[in-house]
Design a protein around this ligand. Sequence first.
Ligand code: UD1
Length: 346
Amino acid sequence: MRVLLTGSAGFIGSAIRRALEAAGDEVVGVDLMLPQAHGAARAPEGTHHLDVREAGVWSRLLDGVDIVCHQAAMVGAGLSPADLPAYAGHNDLGTAALLAAMADRGVHQLVQASSMVVYGEGRYRCAKHGPAPAGVRPLEALDQGSFDHECTTCARPLSWDLVTEDARLEPRSSYAASKVAQEHYAAAWARQVGGRVISLRYHNVYGPHMPRDTPYSGVAALFRSALERGEAPRVFEDGEQARDFVHVTDVAEANLLAIGAVGDRPAGSVSAYNVGSGIPVTIREVACLVGRTHGGVAPDVTGDYRRGDVRHIVASPERAAAELGFHARITPQAGLREFATAPLRT
Ligand code: UD1
């Protein structure tokens, strides 16, 4: 198969590229080499240094392509309003331009990177009252070290439940809003051209060659960099916030499965799948796992918090298992321990 892969030089894109090439597929790689992710690095050999927003200009690269795997995006927390135009430009407009070019060239299959952030807060449950809504946590409560959502009926702390793909989309950041927009543009396009789309909602991705300590890095890379400097990992809140850490090679495998499956879907079909390891961990556990390989450095659980962080988000891996046959191979316990000494991208 001939696959046009956007973001092919990125942390996740380059893992997908390796997996596709190992499977004998031909890859047309496109990457803008955004400085936030790549610093001053040049595009690797075999990568077209191009902007997805200008896909109309370079759309001849789509000739003979069977499927597009769209990973290019501006990532990160997306909390500053000053960054809104950049998210809307790279992610919303970029996807729209790519879809228009695909329609023009008759390429009707798309697998794209989405994220768990589309759900906002995860799903919660009160031990007494069952499923419970969770709004935005009040700053006064966070200042007092009270991090859990509470039941609106009895004020008990809420525990988390697995989030399934039919949950309401409730983006809380510019990045999250742009990921929802990408899914919606792709759905509109699928209806317009009779296309087929699979969106993969990644959980917290980690692994070798993850970008080093930048404002755009996920927590695993931040912990890893702190340990390298001889400092304890700084854990926010009480460290009990739950996530799912999925290894980048498993994410690449999920993409290969989606690329293999999307062509068999009916015209106009639009599907989304959670992509995680299926094994929830707390952030304190993540710090301990990474710290263990650095002589057992204990985490510094600070009680600080970041405005805009969600408390727990853990997604159900069931649909991806049932419909794509995706089962992550690397547990966070094994993968994070290995990640502690894996090379990072500078
Ligand atoms: C992350 C990504 C988001 C992605 C989502 C799902 C970043 C910045 N965020 O969100 O883009 O879509 O996963 O894949 O890449 N924490 C600490 N110490 C630190 C930094 C963070 O304890 O130094 C805590 C945070 O308070 C939070 C947790 O670690 O509770 C996870 O933070 P982060 O890695 O930023 O991930 P998410 O917010 O889950």
